[in-house]
Design a protein around this ligand. Structure first.
Ligand SMILES: [Cu+2]
Length: 150
């Protein structure tokens, strides 16, 4: 039995979208993430997520947010030691320069993960969806490590 013409049209349209989509690379496609990990703290304490990024494109890219099905909330934060006091604040983006790199790291930019459901323990692999300023998204697998990990 031959597929119905309407089904063929739907398949053709889908293929076209896939081809067109890959031709117009989003920021998520030009950014590579590595060494992605989460520092798990005891109890209900928020966990920091860290990773190294490189941007292969000719323009700067901005990481603007994160989400994960394993956490009720994920926010982009930046730690600092202004005036000798350790503090952190929510920020709306972290820039990754053209042909450059940037990192989420302890004491600097990080993704703050709150309300784990169920609890995340060292050894778990957690997928976090990262958002970029052009609206593109990238799923990155973060490995959960113990509180004393560096
Ligand atoms: Cu934080």
């Amino acid at each position: 039995m031959m597929p119905r013409p309407s089904l063929l049209a739907a398949v053709a349209a889908t293929l076209w979208l896939l081809i067109a989509g890959s031709a117009i690379a989003g920021d998520a496609d030009t950014v590579t993430a590595s060494n992605a990990w989460i520092r798990v703290l005891p109890g209900n304490l928020p966990a920091g997520a860290f990773a190294d990024f490189t941007n292969a494109s000719d323009h700067a890219v901005a990481l603007t947010g994160a989400s994960s099905t394993r956490y009720g909330q994920a926010m982009l934060h930046r730690s600092s030691t202004e005036g000798g006091m350790g503090r952190m604040e929510a920020v709306d983006k972290m820039e990754i320069p053209a042909h450059g790199s940037a990192k989420l790291s302890p004491g600097a930019y990080h993704v703050m993960l709150m309300q784990a459901k169920p609890a995340v323990v060292p050894g778990d692999n957690v997928v976090i969806t990262l958002s970029f300023s052009d609206g593109s998204h990238k799923d990155v697998t973060f490995q959960a490590r113990p509180a004393n990990a560096l």
